[in-house]
Design a protein around this ligand. Structure first.
Ligand code: PEP
Ligand code: MN
Length: 373
């Protein structure tokens, strides 16, 4: 069971003391207090764990500091929506708001290669008013002899360039918990010119020890990718590992499923699950059309499959787009063939905006006739 307190309830108020006294004395029930800092207000959520079946929901709802009470299921205790459409979603990080209603594009290099390409990418992003990017420093590769990423060696110049071009958040995959400290130490040394969203790749979705380590820190939010060969429920449970350890600032990323049925795409595009994840959880939902489609093939309409897939996800309400770009794809060390080009950035961003606005219009359209559900 979950008791949500009135927004901004002071922790030293009489209402709070009275409420906590009552809850702390419930037999066989333990409490877990979770603070959610939203854009405008701070919410305190109190999870009641243990013997809660016989508790009187109305009695708890009547406590002075309690706004409402939700019965929660076993699945996704913290990140789950539990059929409550009003629950606050998302979080703020380094001045950027992530939620289930807005949208950010993270266009950038699949893998950091040379300073010149990083510079060109970030400059283009700044020119287009973008404050987020993707930059891979630690690359999980299928083949042990393939380029593994520059690792911590490239962090100083990548972070410096990000700061110079006003980039506030970099999605950066980590494959080992020691990478958190490498990133943190480097950012600290440089005076935190930018921020990092720690990305967990599809190969590590169920690397529970890595998830627990990332979940134990709350300095950096997390972008968790769906596992390529497991159920959606299993991937959402993986996200809950992060929250159960203390970090609920998680964005969930759909990136396609590995199956022959997806051919000729690299993965079977699964963006019809955007609304499903939003219904089941409070996480903002990201789509990765590059790793889903995996090529620069286009239809006779002159639009690349990557762009069509992006449109499908955004029109369904996606909140973040992780997409590969490269100034010279033929020189890219990883995933060059699927990268979009600098000269496509402007149209791509316009297309994303168009689709996001269309999603908003679709919402208005259906909310007008919404009856009884
Ligand atoms: C990536 O985003 O660079 C990546 C490796 O993606 P995924 O984990 O989805 O394969
Ligand atoms: Mn890649």
């Amino acid at each position: 069971m979950l008791a949500i307190l009135h927004p901004d309830t002071p922790l030293d108020s009489e209402e709070y003391r009275h409420t906590m006294h009552f809850l702390e004395n419930l037999p066989n029930v333990s409490l877990r207090v979770h603070e959610v800092q939203g854009e405008k207000q701070r919410l305190t959520e109190i999870y009641l764990l243990g013997d809660t079946k016989t508790l009187d929901k109305d009695e708890i709802a009547a406590l002075p500091a309690v706004e409402r009470v939700i019965r929660i299921s076993e699945d996704y205790r913290i990140l789950g929506r539990h059929r409550d459409d009003q629950r606050q979603s998302g979080f703020q990080y380094n001045g950027v708001q992530f939620g289930q209603d807005n949208l950010h594009v993270f266009a950038g290099l699949c893998a950091v290669d040379v300073p010149e390409h990083v510079e060109m990418m970030m400059q283009a992003l700044e020119q287009h008013g973008q404050v987020c990017t993707r930059m891979g420093a630690y690359k999980p590769r299928t083949n042990p002899y393939s380029f593994q990423g520059h690792g911590k060696g490239c962090l100083p110049w990548v972070f410096e360039k990000a700061g110079k071009h006003g980039i506030k958040v970099i999605a950066m995959e980590i494959t080992h918990e020691s990478h958190i400290e490498e990133i943190d130490t480097c950012l600290e040394k440089l005076g935190r010119p930018t921020g990092v969203m720690l990305q967990v790749g599809t190969r590590n979705t169920q690397n529970f020890e890595l998830l627990k380590a990332i979940g134990r820190q709350s300095t950096y939010p997390v972008l968790l990718k769906r596992g390529f060969g497991i159920t959606l429920n299993e991937s959402l449970n993986a996200a809950e590992y992060l929250a159960s350890e203390g970090n609920a600032n998680v964005v969930f990323c759909l990136r396609g499923m590995k199956t022959e049925a997806g051919n000729p795409h690299r993965n079977m595009v699964d963006f019809a699950h955007v609304p499903v994840v939003k219904r089941l959880t409070r996480m903002p939902v990201c789509i990765d059309p590059s790793h889903s489609v995996g090529s620069r093939e286009h239809a006779p309409d002159g639009i690349l499959d990557v762009m069509h897939a992006t449109a499908q996800g955004v029109i369904a309400g996606a909140n973040m787009v992780l997409v590969d770009f490269h100034p010279k794809p033929e020189k890219a060390l990883v995933d060059g063939p699927q990268a979009l080009l600098m000269e496509e950035l402007s149209a791509y961003l316009d297309d994303v905006q168009l689709c996001h606005e269309t999603w908003q219009k679709r919402q208005a359209l259906y909310n007008r006739i919404r009856i009884g559900f």
